[in-house]
Design a protein around this ligand. Structure first.
Ligand SMILES: Cc1cc2nc3c(=O)[nH]c(=O)nc-3n(C[C@H](O)[C@H](O)[C@H](O)COP(=O)(O)OP(=O)(O)OC[C@H]3O[C@@H](n4cnc5c(N)ncnc54)[C@H](O)[C@@H]3O)c2cc1C
Length: 463
């Protein structure tokens, strides 16, 4: 990292927008995962597409790597810069640029969080539904192809982005997509960038689909004697075509952690489903009747209804805080989060197999997940010793192998980063991996964008 580059960046953007302070670099040396941190040489705070373009043009000229940083909530070492260089912080790019209520879309800067966006939109009757648990930025969510509890009804970020503004490695600005709901012209560059984890370009603006706030919302909690019954109920709900708003699984250990952390009352430490029904009043009544019948059939232990908005918010807050509940459950331990996903018909086999793997490992590893998508997390809590982490990593590998053997993926929503690179060759066809490497070389020939991530054997080491 050259002093010349820092001087040039300060001259273009202003002294206060380029920090080499130890504390600021430390904050940008890691995300929320367990991966070893690595310090960037400097942190640049962008406020516009032009700032990003100027920064990338300079990094490209100096051959210095750049890692985009949204909110740093990613879990697989995505934002850690093993090769140092610039960490480009987009969290000050928080403007809502335009809203079109009649077309139900809006354009935002990449650093706005989904919580802040929904707060601004609340009087329009519209909302943005993709809800990962962390306070993530929309740009970071695009870059990791994120989803959350509402994906079963509204889709992931992929289904909710219409177009992007992206700065390429050499500083050129590219606009993709548009405001229309569909278009069959050209290669789909928008969706090439979605999930590219800052390795192909830096997203600065996003055109998003919005949805009407549902007229009626009802939530329920239902508990089961066995994990298999809870999972089978979720599968039945989907296979019967109930347009459920959310269906989330918490196993007995996660319930123990969440009951303590979120002060949930009246619930037992049993496998549990959190459910949400959305739509018009008649539709919600129909959905509830259908799900009650399925639950009764599967031996559910009755519904605990949450119709009051505050009660509902508390329930979903507890779900979104599941990760923090796990960290508080074993203070001082490190959390390694798996993100396996399988076709829903294979979900019971995977979840029950994983539960047996956890028991065999002797580790504490709560299970929580978006079972409506066939996706769940095992939050493996490991003592912070090399042996503890190796034990956790061995369990992680076992879970991924099980998912892959059932036709699944090692990550439904968190992405690859550093942590899941080891599984890319097991999951993807070798020709597909070659095409991914070729795309990387074309868009980032000098490998300055988030190097060392995503692909096994990155471009630098391939040369
Ligand atoms: C408690 C908790 C719960 C979570 N729950 C979920 C969940 O339910 N679903 C889910 O999908 N994820 C979840 N996550 C993971 C995380 O929130 C997501 O991966 C999120 O999308 C990351 O957004 P971010 O803004 O924090 O991105 P960061 O962590 O800052 O960055 C993530 C990656 O994207 C790149 N990047 C960031 N911004 C840009 C940009 N503008 N242009 C190009 N590249 C960029 C970075 O270089 C990095 O590779 C959870 C995390 C936590 C801590």
């Amino acid at each position: 990292m050259t002093i010349d580059l820092i001087t040039a960046l300060r001259a273009r953007l202003g002294e206060d927008r380029v920090s080499t302070a130890e504390a600021v670099r430390e904050q940008h040396s890691h995300g929320e995962g367990h991966h070893a941190p690595s310090l960037p040489g400097a942190v640049v705070f962008a406020q516009s597409t032009d700032d990003v373009a100027q920064t990338l043009a300079l990094c490209s000229a100096h051959g210095v790597p750049l890692t985009a940083f949204g909110a740093g909530t990613s879990l697989e070492g995505h934002v850690n810069p093993p090769e140092g260089g610039i960490s480009l912080d987009l969290s000050r790019m928080t403007d809502l640029l335009s809203v079109h209520p009649q077309d139900m879309d809006c354009r935002v800067q990449a650093g706005i969080t989904r919580q802040a966006l929904n707060q601004i939109l609340r009087d329009t009757g519209l909302f943005f539904p993709v809800d990962p648990g962390g306070e993530a930025t929309i740009g970071g969510m695009c870059a990791t192809r994120a989803s959350g509890t509402a994906a079963v009804r509204y889709g992931t970020i992929r289904e909710n982005v219409l177009g992007l503004t992206v700065v390429l490695a050499d500083g050129r600005v590219m606009r993709t997509g548009g405001r229309v709901r569909k278009s069959s012209t050209g290669y789909d560059l928008t969706h090439l960038l979605i999930g590219s984890e800052g390795t192909l370009g830096v997203i600065t603006e996003i055109h998003l689909r919005l949805h009407p706030i549902p007229e009626t919302i009802a939530a329920a909690v239902v508990q089961f004697e066995t994990l298999a019954d809870a999972v089978a109920t979720a599968i039945d709900i989907l296979q019967f075509g109930v347009p459920i708003g959310r269906v989330e699984l918490l196993d007995d250990v996660q319930m123990d952690a969440s009951i303590r952390y979120s002060s949930l009352t009246g619930l037992r430490t049993l496998p549990t489903l959190f459910l949400e029904f959305v739509g018009g009043p008649d539709s919600v009544r129909e959905q509830i009747a259908a799900v009650e019948a399925i639950v009764a059939d599967r031996g559910g232990l009755g519904f605990d209804w949450h119709t009051d908005p505050d009660q509902r918010a508390a329930l979903w807050r507890a779900r979104h805080h599941a990760y923090w509940a796990c960290l508080a459950y074993r203070p001082g331990y490190r959390a390694m989060t798996t993100d396996a996903i399988v076709p829903i018909s294979a979900l019971t086999e995977l979840v029950t197999g994983v539960k047996a793997d956890i028991a065999e490992s002797g580790l504490t590893a709560p299970i929580v997940g978006h079972v409506g998508d066939g996706n769940f997390h095992t939050i493996i809590l490991a003592p912070p010793t090399p042996e503890g982490l190796e034990q956790a990593w061995a369990l992680d590998r076992k879970i991924v192998r099980r998912a892959l053997a059932l036709g699944g993926s090692c990550s439904g929503e968190h992405g690859v980063g550093l942590g899941k690179r080891a599984f890319m060759a097991d999951e993807h066809d070798p020709v597909a991996l070659d095409v991914m490497r070729a795309l990387k070389r074309t868009l980032d020939p000098n490998d300055i964008l988030n190097p060392g991530k995503m692909l096994p054997g990155n471009v630098r080491s391939d040369r």
